[in-house]
Ligand binder design. Sequence first.
Ligand SMILES: Cc1cc2nc3c(=O)[nH]c(=O)nc-3n(C[C@H](O)[C@H](O)[C@H](O)COP(=O)(O)OP(=O)(O)OC[C@H]3O[C@@H](n4cnc5c(N)ncnc54)[C@H](O)[C@@H]3O)c2cc1C
Length: 475
Amino acid sequence: MLPASLVARLRAVVGADGIVDRPEALLVYECDGYTLERAAPEVVVLPRTPAEVSAVLRVLAADHVSFVPRGAGTGLSGGTLPIGAPVMIGTSRLGRIETIDVRNHRIVAQAGVVNQWVTNAVRAHGLCYAPDPSSQPACSIGGNIAENSGGPHTLKYGVTTNHVLGVELALPSGELVTLGGAVEDRPGYDLVGLVVGAEGTFGIVTRATLRLVRVPAAHRTLLAVFDSVDAASEAVSGIIAAGIVPAALEMMDRLIVQAVEAAFKVGLPTDAGAVLLIEIDGPAAGLDAHAARATAVCRTAGVREIRVARDEAERAALWKCRKRAFGAVGRLAPNYCTQDGVVPRTRVPEIVRHIAAVAARHRLRIANVFHAGDGNIHPILLFDERDRDEVARVRAAGREILETCVALGGSLTGEHGIGVEKVAEMPLLFGPDDLVAMTRLRAVFDPEGRANPHKIFPDAKVCVETRVPRRQAAV
Ligand SMILES: Cc1cc2nc3c(=O)[nH]c(=O)nc-3n(C[C@H](O)[C@H](O)[C@H](O)COP(=O)(O)OP(=O)(O)OC[C@H]3O[C@@H](n4cnc5c(N)ncnc54)[C@H](O)[C@@H]3O)c2cc1C
């Protein structure tokens, strides 16, 4: 239990309206988008400025108190779960876009700025912020940086790390440090690259300098309908092999198609085995030729039907289906858990077949909507949390899927991070020495291990001290 005097000192920094400590209000913060594990913090602190973040961290440092950063709480790996961290620091009030440099394609945004706001702020100048997670109307820039988030268009444009030039980081000591800046390729170690994807274990990102890109001059958006996931996967490999780099190459299987069609009614074929959303962008000249080549590859793979969005309204409708697919899953089951493995693109058919086998063996329904072009799978395991046996089967099935991703030469996460969800699986990819080396690196920023403890590593402290490679205790 936190001493009342500590809460009083935090209140003195952020004001009474910056403290959440009533039990019913804390329920909002007991989980993020990963709902299999829940725990409320003792207090949530909502600073308004980077200076207030720094002051809050100084208060906590004086008493050696651990904390967990939280952006919008859309994370899917339980990164905001307060384990051994009684204080949650929310960035929702750090919502200012501070500067826009149109000529140099740069923007400085505070950590709580919502991803979509960045593009909204610069669209009139023909610019946008390329990383576009499907949660972009809600998720924060700080959360994107912590998770190194991707999105449908990262196949061509890269993930968050490719678009962050500099960050201001509030270290657990409270010290504010500036890493990187407005120009590319600074000499020395790539410390910005280290912070991107650190999942809040180095401190709290307070503001960031982001790279903007030109809005593509034109698009061709195609919906290709296949009888099977296998055939759609063949088309994915074929399109890339043909030298076409689509802006996006997204797959939805039958279960997801049925859910999104029920939700949005745009005429998706509910009897299809899988659909591919293919977007090609760039200068208008040449786009039709690329679209024709992609169509030819789909025909070779046995496409049943192929539609091209005729105008911006049709394109928007197709993207609405894809980007809101997770919301539509609410029609299928009371709860779901989204896995986030990666396999080499050519192994997509194998992993999708494996997912189907796992679903059958564990008597679960698993839907698939994923960034096929990146080999980044998102099996959505449906369940009812009131059924404890089903919850146990979801956990077992998730682990089997990740094990197979690694066995196929892939990885545990493409974009959602390790959080608490996948800590136990880290030894599938890393040996004890690797984990020790990484936790030592972390200690450079956070020597006491107070920033988002018990995340990413089986147990950061245990790892360093005893070289035990797995987190022993359940949360
Ligand atoms: C419907 C839906 C669709 C999604 N689609 C995608 C997708 O297409 N691609 C994708 O990559 N992800 C996707 N996600 C996952 C999620 O939106 C991203 O991981 C996002 O970046 C999380 O941002 P957030 O602000 O919600 O962070 P939170 O969930 O609040 O936090 C996530 C992690 O970041 C840390 N953190 C947050 N802010 C800071 C900060 N300022 N400094 C340091 N650490 C911080 C937290 O401690 C936690 O570990 C989706 C989620 C949902 C619910």
